[in-house]
Design a protein around this ligand. Structure first.
Ligand code: 5GP
Length: 117
């Protein structure tokens, strides 16, 4: 059975698309921890990100880098955080999380104070 992320790529489940190429797809997280929180996935179904071979993982990171630079301009943030979780959806993905002073970032239920200095 297709993963929920494959169904998003196929257009069966709506999403806010951020970017795509022939191999990868980026879209806004439905439950963002910060404005512009984006997920980058391979279109091909792979469960565990570190099962992806090195050349493809390199291309995925290059794609994520382009998305992160676009986020920096769009959201006026100096940095974009990158996380690999994979606790919920069994389809490899990278979280790209813009870090801004305005972001309400939480960790373990506690609001983090963000410094851009
Ligand atoms: P993880 O597997 O990395 O722990 O978390 C999966 C992420 O996917 C979560 O941040 C969750 O909000 C997001 N997510 C789960 N289902 C959907 C969905 O149907 N649409 C979108 N846009 N994001 C989703």
């Amino acid at each position: 059975m297709a993963t929920i992320f494959s169904r998003i790529v196929a257009g069966e489940i709506p999403c806010h698309k951020v970017a795509e190429n022939d191999e990868f797809f980026a879209f806004l997280d439905i439950n963002p921890v910060a404005l512009g929180h984006t997920l980058v996935i391979p279109k091909k179904e792979v469960d565990y990100i570190f099962d992806i071979d090195d050349p493809m993982l390199g291309r995925m990171m290059a794609f994520a880098k382009r998305v992160a630079h676009a986020q920096e301009s769009a959201i006026a943030c100096k940095r974009v955080g990158l996380a690999v979780m994979g606790l919920e959806v069994p389809h490899a993905h990278i979280h790209l999380i813009p870090i801004t002073k305005e972001s309400d970032m939480y960790f373990g239920g506690k609001k983090l104070e963000i410094s851009q200095e």
